[in-house]
Design a protein around this ligand. Sequence first.
Ligand code: ATP
Ligand code: MG
Length: 361
Amino acid sequence: MHADPVKVRRLIVLNFRNYPKADVKFGGGWNLFFGDNGAGKTNFLEAVALSVSGAVFKGSSRSAIMHGKTEAELSVIFDGGITRKTVVGEEAGRKVSEQAGNAEEIPRLVVFLPQEESQIDSTAGRRRLISRGLFLRSKKYAAVFSEYAAALKQRNKLLFIGKVTGMLDSDHAAVLGDYMASRALAIWEERDAFTRYLSENIADCASELGGIGTELGVALRKGGFEDESEKISLASVKELYARSLAADIRKGTTAVGPHRDNFVLSDGRGRDATETLSRGQKRTLLLSLHLLEGSAAESEKGKGTVFLLDDVFSELDKKHRSRIIARISESQVLCTSADPSVAKIMPGEALRFKVAAGTIN
Ligand SMILES: Nc1ncnc2c1ncn2[C@@H]1O[C@H](COP(=O)(O)OP(=O)(O)OP(=O)(O)O)[C@@H](O)[C@H]1O
Ligand SMILES: [Mg+2]
């Protein structure tokens, strides 16, 4: 590991979305990409995401290819000579064609997208948002989660057949239930720890960002367990799946387990915070979750975090804007704005790039 976390230094793209060619050298702190609607600001952040983490924000990586072209090419260069070239072809999908240096040192990304604000309002949306922090925290979590997801798919298939035919391979269902129980237990242990971390830090983080005016807390309601504080064990989780089997057959799907978890955001008076917050406050809350996601990851390993903040300043007043900048002063940040006045509130050493119709200057 380097003494300092590795940063992303340069990105060269060819035929990516509305960019025929772009070559950008980043600063180590704040980097602002400003320009009109439709200029290509979000596209450029997606280019960074695709080349660093291998995925675009939504949809398939094929959407990366400029209309009328057959291939997009991205080369990203990090500190210490680490480079990675990614080619996206119509036929082959995405492939990393060349890599040099220690890929273990490539920084992780924390991404803020304004369209995710609505995810705060739904159980599934909050689960998705908070899961990102969990995946960043530990590789073990990612491995256990994918085993759980694969088994859940199998069990649901079995239940569906049971529902439509009236016949169920109950030995198979029991084996799957036990397998899922051991993974569910591991997932819940990680989620409990992360929920505790979020709950301890979210109010302070939000108040640093300009305050939400309520005492925020996060609690995990485990899918199938009524009582939040109930101590769980392998035996009790196995029992949960076994007990739920009859009802699950009727429904044709698995109704208990971590895939049904609810991360409850409370306002300190036991009320659901998502019901009372304004849009600007929700933005602050979402950003707080992402900041904590980043710092939780950093506290686990010495890896760097790069923040991609798409359009984070819109709808926020001056105070909130400058608080965000002050709060993320130590990491590398790539942010976008359609409002040129944002350039004035950037820290002194920030780099400012003008984006216009697929060019960056
Ligand atoms: N595969 C593609 N090939 C060519 N152009 C594309 C492709 N995908 C998207 N575009 C174009 O890119 C433009 C949108 O860019 P982007 O979403 O990055 O804009 P933006 O600067 O973030 O705008 P806003 O300020 O509204 O968020 C659209 O005009 C769209 O037509
Ligand atoms: Mg945009």
